[in-house]
Design a protein around this ligand. Sequence first.
Ligand SMILES: C[S@@+](CC[C@H](N)C(=O)[O-])C[C@H]1O[C@@H](n2cnc3c(N)ncnc32)[C@H](O)[C@@H]1O
Length: 255
Amino acid sequence: MANDIFHYATDRYVNKVVTGQEKGLKPIYLKKYVKFVKRYVKHGSSILDLGCGAGLSSDLLSEDYKVVGADLSKPLINYARKHFKNVKFQVEDARKLSFNDETFDAVMACGFIEHINEVEDVLNEMLRVAKKNGYVIVVSPNWFSPFKAMKAFITPKGYETIGRNRLQILKWFLKSLYYTFQKPINPRYVLRNPDIYGEELVGDDIDMVYIANQYDLKRFFEKKGCKVIKINADTFAFSSIPFLATWLGVVAKKA
Ligand SMILES: C[S@@+](CC[C@H](N)C(=O)[O-])C[C@H]1O[C@@H](n2cnc3c(N)ncnc32)[C@H](O)[C@@H]1O
């Protein structure tokens, strides 16, 4: 969380998401997330969909799994409860989950870890509530793909996450080139200090605090004794080319 006021419980964020869902907008990335998960997690498994927001991904996952959807935003969870009856939704703080150790066959999150300052605490919690030989899956936008910065140049407003003017976007582009080659050799978390209030709300990633990267997530899971079986979300375009990949997907098997 980037601020004392929780961005995802504010009226403007909740209204934006709910309006989108009610217009029937089903984000393509959530479908790709679900497709990715299905490659690794057996049909019928019990799963936790963490940071589920207004519940769409949990609903899609419930076609194959017994799903608990959890999120810190009360209004989003209330909305999800009303609209998706196949899923058990609950308000949870991912930094300290209320579930017992080894509760789920798989624990997963999409578009979530990049909003967390306490990355290791949350990953530890995800591992704790996953069963032995179960999976922890993290899917996230890859903001260090130089491709993102290139795209920002041609988008009218750019991506405010990486820069509000062309000079800032150029700086991000150079930084992303550096990290594309540096990260595999020397992974470490890179945190960001967003300023999300007093600005027009442009994208949902404006409060992003951690620049998620497949190599530092891989190193974290390996340090914990997990087997990392995948680092690129191959249901997303260009995912196997770090220079271009716009999303990452890390699959760790708990020992
Ligand atoms: C960008 S939204 C993504 C929502 C959904 N996964 C999606 O892709 O549509 C990030 C979500 O993380 C949730 N979140 C942030 N910090 C959290 C925490 N400490 N515990 C649980 N959820 C948290 C927010 O409430 C929000 O719903």
